[in-house]
Design a protein. Sequence first.
Length: 445
Amino acid sequence: MVSSIESAVGTERKVVTEIPGPKSRALHERRKAVVSAGLTNGFPVYIERADGAIVRDVDGNQILDLGSGIAVTTVGHAVPEVIDAVSAQVAAFTHTCFMVTPYESYVAVCEELAALTPGTHEKTSALFNSGSEAVENAVKIARLATGRQAIIVFDHAYHGRTNLTMALTAKNMPYKDHFGPFAPEIYRVSMSYPFLDGLSGAEAAERAIKEIEVQVGASNVAALLIEPIQGEGGFIVPAEGFLPALSEWTTKNGVVFIADEIQSGFCRTGDWFAVNHENVIPDIVTMAKGLAGGMPLAAVTGRAELMNKVHEGGLGGTYGGNPVAAAAALATINTLRDRNLVARAREIEAIIMKGLRTLQQDVAIIGDVRGRGAMIAFELVEPGTKNPNAAAAKSIVSYCNQNGVIALACGTYGNVIRLLPPLVITDDQLLDGLNVLASAVRQAR
Ligand SMILES: *Cc1c(COP(=O)(O)O)cnc(C)c1O
């Protein structure tokens, strides 16, 4: 039995029990008996209701959400526009399968995606359930359209957990270990990582292109797949010029440029897509996370001449573009636009950057502060070096959690703290979160 809770969620962080509280601990015991140990919970407080940037747990703690469920609830929790659209659609119909009998909202989402994604060329789309599924389909389309097989991916990349996307993902633990064999014809090259490699964008691109040409051969390459700002890999923002140089190389060599905007898309970085900051126009864009306000929806949008090369029936899936998720996406996109959340992401960037840069002056463990919009991170090092300090990251996350703040770690070496607040977070909430974070950093070693 799940109880129905009607009381409103407050707007302030408030810790009223030990964390996790007794009810969360009891639920966690229940969980252990029936949920696979292969799934972890970073912060095991059980949530019963959420609003804006606050989630409330079953013990009545009001937790400030600086993670948005990993960049998903970008428009905030319980947004009235999304609630209304989803409720109306649930009452109308919940599923027909787009491949059997279609419905308007699927088409309307694809119209929005054609208009919003970079470039004025003709575009078509296909909708799916998860980011991984979108990436898999982008690879399928690029291989079919080019008649080539090789896929280029980068160090520190994260593209998902299905068989093909595990192969595309860089990090072994926890994503790949003992889950092989992995899909073939995937080649990993060097990423631009300015804090660690000190290279300009042009130099880093030259290095990557040389690796591709020497080890794979341009004419074998179907697609180059890249996160314009790497997510799980550590919020790595490539040096300026890196993405445009790669994009130019793909165009010259008949290679499909796939931008994986699953984490960075939908206003998160202070623009609709992260590639917009350098005016890069991808051939295909993969999207999910922030697209549908918390409902599961993913999309592949690309040049019509590539997307439409696929034979009839070659793309699809039972639930892809589910009507409830499609309704949520339309409401989410309208909310992002109506509330001008692109601009809000830039304001959030200014506030967070000011806070973190000030803090960096005071402590010896913050090596780098980076990111765009409301996708900002800092990299933790052993004082006086660039050696990763994962222990500090762990301690910071734990301190934040104990004080009612959701903060997430990431990075190949587990030494990066990333901030992904909902864009509707208020200044007061954000400053409160940054204060907790500052105390967390000061107590870490
Ligand atoms: C989360 C993520 C994925 C995978 O999405 P799922 O919905 O978890 O399958 C792929 N690429 C990037 C960049 C991501 O951040």
